[in-house]
Design a protein around this ligand. Structure first.
Ligand code: NAD
Length: 251
């Protein structure tokens, strides 16, 4: 089957589905200009991943924050990063009442910016900060990123980006919300993820075991493709999702 037949088939499956869930990874945001963490051009080729270890953040806060700021906040504020057509289609399907949730491994906030309301951020969100002392949350825009380290305006406690560092657990609401969404969908779309990061990578299997049709979009086969994927579409999610959307006729 060629890709245009597969796009038609994906549209047929999704048109009949009442509860669609999107499961996204770094590839979903690649067309928004956000580089992957691993592989060619990935940030872990340039920086030591230990700088994102939670113990290192507490023991070497200034060094750790300097790197985090450079990696995440200088980059994102220097470029105009915005949702791409793939994000926009997922937001449209939610608005049309057919997509029940996006489960994302990304921390870039782009699904929310695109307009999705039910977003389970498995690894947290870099656009928020949390006080490690009093728990108050701030948006990145509300804090002084140049301060090293950034501190809570209320209690003076150390602020931490609200994404998970190595050594931290998955946020409870995202973990249980993702499992529940995967258990209760009839179509599950895996988009732009290699499936190597655990425990997020067990979520698609839950959807499969509960009877959902598994559609996958990626530039190359992933750990899912030959195991649980029912329909694999090779290419960019920012092109394939809009192509599917033009053929959707909700039943
Ligand atoms: P990964 O880097 O392991 O895999 C990315 C996948 O996307 C690859 O399989 C690649 O073939 C595919 N891909 C690349 N461009 C694509 C495109 N245009 N359309 C469709 N697919 C494309 O990413 P992962 O599986 O998400 O795991 C990486 C971890 O790093 C995650 O935990 C995530 O939190 C984090 N991360 C987040 C961001 C972000 O927030 N935007 C960026 C990089 C990494």
């Amino acid at each position: 089957m060629n890709n245009s037949d597969k796009i038609k088939q994906a549209a047929e499956i999704l048109s009949k589905a009442k509860r669609i869930v999107g499961f996204t990874g770094a590839g979903t945001s690649a067309e928004s200009g956000i580089p992957p963490f691993r592989g060619e051009g990935g940030i872990w080729n340039k920086y030591d991943p230990n700088s994102l270890d939670i113990d290192f953040y507490y023991s070497h806060t200034k060094d750790s924050w300097r790197i985090i700021r450079e990696v995440f906040y200088n980059f994102f504020s220097n470029k105009e990063i915005k949702p791409n057509p793939g994000h926009e289609v997922l937001a449209k399907w939610e608005k049309e009442g057919r997509l029940s949730a996006v489960i994302t491994q990304n921390i870039d906030d782009l699904h929310t910016v695109a307009g999705n309301k039910t977003v389970y951020e498995f690894h947290g969100n870099m656009a928020r900060f949390v006080c490690t002392h009093c728990g108050k949350k701030f948006t990145a825009k509300e804090i002084q990123l140049t301060e090293n380290p950034p501190r809570c305006e209320d209690c003076g406690g150390l602020l931490k980006p609200d994404f998970i560092f190595f050594g931290e657990g998955i946020p409870e609401n995202a973990y249980y919300g993702s499992i529940n969404a995967a258990e209760n969908c009839d179509a599950f779309i895996i988009i732009g993820t290699s499936g190597q990061v655990s425990p997020a990578n067990m979520i698609p299997g839950i959807a499969k075991r509960n009877g959902a049709k598994i559609i996958e979009i990626n530039m190359e086969p992933s750990t899912y493709t030959n195991y649980i994927t029912d329909l694999y579409l090779e290419g960019k999610s920012g092109e394939i999702l809009p192509a599917i959307d033009t053929l959707i006729k909700w039943c």
